[in-house]
Design a protein around this ligand. Structure first.
Ligand SMILES: [Zn+2]
Length: 73
């Protein structure tokens, strides 16, 4: 058997390799508001492929705007 450390995207119907991983508690709401469904909500982490991260990112950025701190200026 081949040992693989690669994770698969957690979105239902998607078998792409994941690009990003997030704590489920942190990203689940953002994923839900894009209309996507996660295969296993009980999993502690949600893995997203490039495509799905792009979609979720738009919502996720908005959600986290308040907690983002910029020290540059
Ligand atoms: Zn995906």
């Amino acid at each position: 058997m081949e040992k693989s450390s690669k994770k698969t995207c957690s979105i239902v119907g998607c078998d792409n390799d994941s690009k990003r991983a997030f704590a489920t508690t942190r990203i689940a709401e953002s994923v839900a508001s894009t209309g996507l469904k996660v295969k296993d909500m009980r999993s502690r982490k949600i893995y997203l492929c490039q495509d799905h991260w792009k979609k979720v990112k738009k919502v996720f950025k908005k959600d986290t705007k308040a907690e983002r701190m910029r020290w540059g200026h």
